[in-house]
Design a protein around this ligand. Structure first.
Ligand code: NZQ
Ligand code: ZN
Length: 393
């Protein structure tokens, strides 16, 4: 087992109706003026925002609002939030939404804590953050895991740069998770979310070395749980128990738990998808489903024991005559699973058709972002990245 640090300070309030306690909870954090940050429509339309405001009013907590965060959240909205926060003297940020809103809130929190510096520097990796305003979320979609993660992903729309910055400073103070709030999601978002949740653990699973008996068992249990409950939600979207299992899996999949003892993880499927998100604005989880099978077929020989174990213990396939056959059966079973929840397994099914020039550009950007070479299952360079994009067409 490799050495590791495990830090997960986010307090979780889980269950029906928990969002109505948000005012009382925020009082405990001595919040005086809160920035209520949310997305395009759903938080207002479902009445959730109204209930949150009522709870803040009852607790005597002042707030200002900034909605309009889009999926693959934009830097321009972050700057707007920083300006508003400065003008209003905001001291706490409450994200009401999913990964996009929470990430936008994290970026605003970084920006407000160091108001004289450009927050994009963090995403360009030209400096590290020294401070971050406290933030928390009322989660409305189980997917990104940003509610407990140290990660923040922002898109600079004019240059199509989608970039991540990871820092424990941005770990949210608390996350309110009521699985019922996810019942208004379009099926496509629920299903994309399930793919993303699994992928956060798979990125930590398909690695080289490391004896991680407990971590592997936790990871495999989580993955089987998501597969089972994603299929339940595909036909029964109002199933509370399935929504609850998925929501809790989403947080544990990306708070670090399923990577304890590994070599840092692979994360190349994510890096490849981020370029697709930046260039084509695809839904993150669906983009991952479209690229993972090609990544897996490209790398599995270099990481055969993990692919065999995955095939048998997660996908439940009968071992084949050789390890290679078993691994490939596992990848096929994964594609069958994606199809069973109406997720794509390649870019055509995702609805995009990058040209050779666009593939080369995505590969170039991806290689620059990862510093040339990245991956654990197999180290990938720019040529490998382009080859995987081509396979995924
Ligand atoms: O804007 P609204 O109207 O709220 O609509 C949203 C949005 O269109 C909708 N939605 C959310 N909750 C809803 C709802 N619609 C109806 N009812 C509800 N209860 O769902 C759509 C997607 O929302 P979004 O926040 O974009 O989803 P997700 O949580 O998948 O976040 C995706 C973003 O997170 C990043 C992704 O790259 C992407 O930008 N990620 C962040 C990570 C992190 N910070 O740790 C890790 C991930 O790997 C990921 O990269
Ligand atoms: Zn993800």
């Amino acid at each position: 087992m490799f050495g590791f640090e495990y830090y997960t300070p986010t307090k979780v309030y889980f269950g029906k109706g928990k969002e109505n306690e948000v005012g009382t909870i925020l009082s405990g954090y001595k919040a005086r003026k809160v920035l209520l940050h949310y997305g395009s429509r759903s938080a207002v339309k479902t009445g959730l925002l109204g209930r949150i405001k009522k709870s803040l009013d009852a607790a005597g907590i002042a707030y200002v609002e900034l909605g309009g965060v889009v999926p693959n959240p934009h830097l321009s909205k972050v700057y707007e939030g920083i300006e508003l926060g400065k003008a209003e003297g905001v001291d706490f940020i409450l994200a009401v939404g999913g990964g996009s809103v929470i990430d936008s809130a994290k970026a605003i929190a970084y920006g407000l804590a160091e108001p004289d510096k450009d927050v994009w520097d963090l995403f360009a990796h030209t400096r590290n953050a020294e401070a971050c305003l406290p933030l928390a979320s009322v989660l409305t979609i189980a997917a990104a895991g940003s509610e407990t993660s140290n990660s923040c992903v922002i898109t600079k729309a004019d240059t199509a740069d989608k970039r991540a910055y990871d820092d424990d400073l941005s770990r949210p103070k608390f996350a309110i998770m009521n699985p019922e709030l996810t019942m208004t999601l379009p099926d496509y978002q629920t299903e994309s979310g399930c793919v993303d949740i699994m992928m956060h653990t798979m990125e930590r699973y398909f690695t080289q070395g490391g004896n991680m008996e407990l971590t592997d068992e936790i990871a495999e249990g989580l993955l089987r749980t998501v597969i089972k409950n994603a299929q339940i939600l595909h036909t029964d979207p109002e199933n509370y128990e399935a929504r609850a299992e998925i929501m809790w899996s989403g947080s544990l999949a990306h708070n670090g738990l399923t990577g304890c003892g590994n070599d840092g993880g692979d994360f190349m499927s994510h890096m490849l998808e981020h370029e697709m998100g930046g260039m084509f604005d695809v839904t993150h989880g669906a983009g991952l489903a479209a690229v993972w099978p090609s990544w897996a077929r490209y790398v599995y020989r270099e990481c055969l024991p993990r692919f065999v174990r995955y095939a048998v213990k997660v996908m439940g396939v009968e071992p084949g005559a050789t390890d290679e056959e078993t691994a490939l059966k596992g990848i096929e079973a994964m594609e069958d699973f994606y199809h069973s929840i109406a997720m794509p397994v390649n870019m055509r099914e995702l609805g995009i058709a990058p040209t050779e020039e666009q593939i080369l550009e995505m590969a170039r950007r991806c290689a620059v972002t990862v510093g040339g070479v990245k991956g654990s299952a197999k180290k990938l360079n720019e040529e490998d990245m382009a080859a995987i994009y081509r396979m995924a067409l």
